[in-house]
Ligand binder design. Structure first.
Ligand code: ZN
Ligand code: ZN
Length: 229
């Protein structure tokens, strides 16, 4: 996918299963994490290798740069990664500034949407497709059951790609998680009443945070890919 070369589906599946194994060990939805890792990698590959590429400059001219969330992420990558200087951003955005100046003089058609938003949506879809394939196997189901499972947006993305039997299995898995979340949310409220003196379990104490990501997807306020990758 722009600006990077496509791999074959078998290569992508092999890469995805390695990455999924790691992501299942982290808190929260594994697909959210993998999408975010791809966004960070997209930014640093772009800044390391493509800031002189005419196609990249043409895309940035059409979109007038990134949306506010991805612009923030680009800033975090530049500030947070060793060996990353801001000159790549300067080079790309010099083109964007010049383009905007000319558009002010001669207003033109509607601009394209943020390229990293489209990349993130397509990445999430592809990963949901690969996850649906892997969940046909017992070994992956066991690993998935031990993880914190999917957020609702990524479950919704996975269902159309899943065979009927896999669909039944993930829906049962998600329903079990919702039932336990519902119990924890009720207990959190009950135990916070002034006349109840019972301690909260970790699941109950964190249930409101889980409800936020389970229903809406994960949000990371720091970089998730380290300098070693
Ligand atoms: Zn998710
Ligand atoms: Zn964006």
């Amino acid at each position: 996918m722009w600006p990077f070369n496509r791999k074959t589906q078998a290569e992508e599946l092999a890469l995805f299963s390695g990455a999924l194994r790691r992501a299942l060990g982290h808190p929260g939805c594994p697909v959210c994490r993998l999408v975010r890792e791809s966004e960070e990698r997209w930014i640093w590959t772009l800044l390391y290798e493509y800031t002189g590429d005419p196609r990249t400059h043409a895309t940035f001219s059409r979109t007038l740069g990134l949306c506010s969330y991805h612009a923030w992420l680009m800033r975090r990558v530049v500030e947070g990664r060793r060996l990353m200087t801001p000159s790549g951003v300067a080079r790309l955005y010099e083109t964007v500034v010049r383009e905007l100046k000319s558009q002010l003089a001669f207003p033109r058609r509607k601009r394209d949407g943020c390229p990293l938003c489209s990349y993130a949506v397509q990445t999430g879809e592809r990963q949901a497709y690969f996850l649906a394939r892997l969940l046909e196997g017992e070994e992956w189901r066991t690993a998935f059951s031990r993880s914190q499972g999917l957020c609702w947006p990524h479950l919704r993305a996975l269902l159309p790609h899943a065979a009927r039997e896999v669909r039944g299995w993930v829906i049962r898995d998600f329903t079990r998680r919702l039932e336990s979340l519902e119990r924890d949310l009720a207990e959190l409220q009950r135990k916070q009443r002034y006349d109840v003196c019972e301690g909260l379990t970790p699941g109950e104490a964190g249930s409101w945070r889980e409800a936020l990501w389970r229903l809406g997807g994960m949000y990371y306020d720091r970089l998730v890919v380290g300098d070693d990758v």
